[in-house]
Design a protein around this ligand. Sequence first.
Ligand code: NAP
Ligand code: ZN
Ligand code: ZN
Length: 346
Amino acid sequence: MSTVAAYAAPAAKAPLERTTIERRPVGESDILIDIKFAGICHSDIHQAREGWGEAIFPMVPGHEIAGVVTEVGAGVTKYTVGDRVGVGCFVDSCRECEYCRQGLEQYCVKGNTATYNALDKNGEPTYGGYSTHVVVDENYAVRIPDSLSLDVAAPLLCAGITTYSPLRHWNAGPGKKVAVLGMGGLGHMGVKIAHAMGAEVTVLSQSLRKREDGLKLGADHYYATSDPKTFEELAGTFDIILSTVSAPLDFAAYLSLLKTDGALVNVGAPEEPVSLNLFALLGGRKTLAGSMIGGIAETQEMLDFCAEHGFGAEIELIRADQINEAYERVLSSDVRYRFVIDTSTI
Ligand code: NAP
Ligand code: ZN
Ligand code: ZN
């Protein structure tokens, strides 16, 4: 057991503050990671404020972790000291169910162990990446390619994989028209990845404030959803709409923008339910689907894909004492496009 520094929310809705936590000893198949950077995902805020329901406190959020291996357990085969690694949204799963065996650990039948706000197999609370060190089973870490700096790689561990996985699954690529709804942490990665896959990309944002950035990141078109003309002009246009919006939406309005057989894939996790008139799906045989992060193998594939295409996330690097302010800015859609904590400031 070792005591390490961290930033934690002591209770729901309370500001995060510096504290210390205990990390487990490095076991047989564990690696100890010196965390260098941790991204701030909107999911951190939903959970720290109990927007998704009761949570475990104190909470050390953070599931976009990038760092360097500083110790390995006796049975570790994949990593050695000095390797650059990442950890995403989960740190364990049952390893036996049909989904774990297919590399879809995010859909583990028994439920995977979340990186924070969960209990591990021994009933101990898990603590996330807003911390200086983490101990994790080697099978739940991924390798960060040398050509990606760790700071811009960190957000790929959630924002990258959460957009990559559905874009792959629904076959984004040449000849496909993809709309990315919401230009935040996930959305800006969706734009970069869909563009790199060869799709024609449109951003649907609340305003045109971030238009220039969107076009620079690879979007071919950029529309404001606050303008009713957008919905007239784009009716029946898209093969895929990837919604990354953190708040409830009028899904019927967005379904009207799909072609026949198009799919609206939602990855946003708003705190309130939405209602939908199902007639919005009938004409045009449309699909409304969801997707959650990605498995370990696919996360590695995504990192390699980003390295091959030469991009990480667009980030604003912050000190740990700026986390609370960063949360407020995320809540007001004022993030360009991911806050990343320099964990040496914790
Ligand atoms: P974010 O950086 O805050 O981005 C969300 C974007 O949604 C904002 O930038 C904004 O884009 C748009 N938006 C926010 N409020 C809106 C509203 N009331 N109406 C319309 N658009 C609105 O958040 P994020 O980190 O990308 O996460 C997005 C959501 O995905 C969160 O709910 C998060 O919990 C969830 N999530 C899910 C998964 C998964 O596995 N499915 C993984 C990670 C995160 P514009 O300014 O362009 O309008
Ligand atoms: Zn996340
Ligand atoms: Zn499983």
